[in-house]
Ligand binder design. Structure first.
Ligand code: CU
Ligand code: CU
Ligand code: CU
Length: 490
């Protein structure tokens, strides 16, 4: 294990947020409320459940429980006793059955983020509520022409989504392609954040954090603190990275290695794109090929300024919205030894759909806003401080009705001083422009960032499925506070 400097260890613990005192003797904890992670373990993969003969059936038990997190004992929420929950390996055309068992002391449910499956009945229906002690059977039919790639699952109960995801309920879904690029390792890296107290219990979010979007002190990869990966030089690995953080944007770098993106959320067409950095808003996934060079590299997330709502944020007492002031180290990659066996050259991937030349059926504008007059104490007035088109979420109201088969253009405008990552269930969005900058080549995402004071334009083909579902901000605190609307496709 690479020795970790005290400074690095403290950065992992969230240096920059209140709680640390610098004295002549060096650094000391100001209180006893910190959980000190044990960094540097070998990366562990979540357990894998794979479909056979077109079917995967599993039981997913959501419960609070004691177990390992960040190398120590912690009491968190868990799916089947682990953080993250099991990775589900599927193929287009599969049938997925999930018995969700709720052992929590509050209601929950399940969302298959990014899967293009029906939003109705016991499929990806965000209006389902599973009470404590109850079991709900979900049944998902993955279409034969479903895109391949990396997806994820997490709870989606309005008002509780942030607490439950932050508490540890999330897992990856892989939809495999018939002819994947040859790689020496195919890894799932679920990145999450959490704050634990010294007893290893989850620290609840403050009222301020529920407004700005909570960011935990610990940023974990597969539930581990600064895990260690190893590879031979010249190896090609596939890293499927999920941003499962409630509110934290990840600006990822891995200096010293060759990075090629196969997609953000959904696959790109053509050649993989060589990149230096990958920005993942909450909910986004990256499908990344890493071709290794000898040496030790660090996967880090750089500071990303997502704005400070209502002019708040910044000060020591307010973790705010800035994702911290310094880079955080997430994992190390040690590349050494004999060269890896040669791999076949990458072949270009199939061209993907491009709606920029399509006839647009309807144009809509959606406005994301944070209410004026929202003071430090926030949402006490009963009205929602977080709105879309001037209204807070109401599950009994349909905000937009769309004709099945329509191709629509949505201009999503953000009048607030914070970025909001906009997520639409079921139907992916082609990103046309972000803050007036056109996006090339064709890019399909399930979460698109809408910058503070700016607009993002997307096109959506409402194919394949009908029914009622939601769109919302994927800063889950904002979703819980009302920044969500209902769409029905008929
Ligand atoms: Cu999601
Ligand atoms: Cu938001
Ligand atoms: Cu959602």
């Amino acid at each position: 294990m690479r020795p970790l400097s005290r400074r690095r260890a403290l950065q992992l613990g969230g240096l920059g947020i209140a709680g640390i005192v610098v004295g002549s003797a060096g650094l000391a904890w100001a209180g006893t409320t910190r959980y000190e992670p044990v960094p540097g373990e070998d990366l562990a993969a979540p357990s894998v459940l794979t479909s056979t003969a077109g079917k995967l059936t599993l039981t997913l038990e959501a419960a609070a429980g004691r177990g390992t997190l960040a190398g120590r004992d912690a009491t968190t929420l868990r799916y089947n006793g682990s953080v993250p929950g099991p990775t589900l390996h599927l193929r287009p055309g599969d049938h997925l059955g999930v018995d969700l068992v709720n052992h929590l002391d509050q209601p929950t449910n399940l969302h298959t983020h990014g899967l293009q499956v029906s939003p109705q009945g016991n499929s990806d229906n965000p209006f389902v509520m599973v009470d404590p002690g109850q079991t709900f059977h979900y049944d998902y039919l993955i279409p034969d022409d479903h895109p391949t790639g990396t997806f994820w699952y997490h709870p989606h109960h309005h008002g509780l989504a942030a607490d439950q995801v932050y508490g540890g309920l999330y897992g990856a879904i892989v939809v495999g392609e018939p002819d994947p690029p040859q790689v020496s390792a195919d890894r799932v890296l679920v990145i999450s954040d959490i704050t634990l107290n010294s007893a290893g219990a989850v620290q609840p979010a403050t009222a301020m954090q529920r407004m700005t979007g909570r960011e935990g002190d610990l940023v974990l990869v597969n539930g581990q603190s600064l895990p260690r990966l190893t590879a031979q030089p010249g190896a090609r690995e596939r890293w499927r990275i999920v941003n499962a953080c409630v509110a934290r944007y990840l600006q990822l770098r891995l200096d010293g290695q060759d990075l090629r993106l196969l997609g953000i959320d959904l696959p790109f067409g053509g050649q993989a794109q060589q990149v230096e950095e990958v920005l993942l808003a909450p909910g986004n996934r990256a499908d990344l090929l890493v071709t290794t060079h000898a040496g030790i590299s660090t996967l880090q997330t750089l500071p990303y300024d997502r704005g400070s709502g209502m002019g708040m944020g910044g000060g020591m007492g307010s973790p705010g919205a800035g994702s911290g002031g310094s880079a955080l180290e997430l994992a190390t990659l040690t590349v050494s030894g004999a060269p890896a066996p040669a791999v076949t050259a990458l072949s270009p991937r199939p061209a993907i759909r491009d709606l920029r030349g399509a006839d647009v059926t309807t144009r809509r504008t959606l406005t994301l806003a944070m209410g004026m007059g929202m003071g430090m104490m926030g949402m006490s007035s009963g009205g929602s401080a977080f709105t879309i088109d001037g209204r807070g979420f109401d599950p009994d109201r349909i905000d937009h009705t769309v004709a099945s088969g329509a191709v629509e253009e949505w201009t999503i405008t953000n009048t607030s001083q914070m970025d909001h990552p906009f997520h639409l269930h079921v139907w992916p969005m082609q990103v046309v422009s972000v803050a007036t900058t056109p996006v090339q080549p064709a890019t399909w995402q399930n979460v698109v960032n809408v910058p503070a004071g700016g607009s993002t334009v997307v096109r959506i083909a409402f194919d394949a499925h009908t029914g009622r579902t939601v769109y919302h901000c994927h800063i889950l605190d904002h979703e819980d506070n009302g920044m969500m609307g209902v769409i029905e496709v008929v």
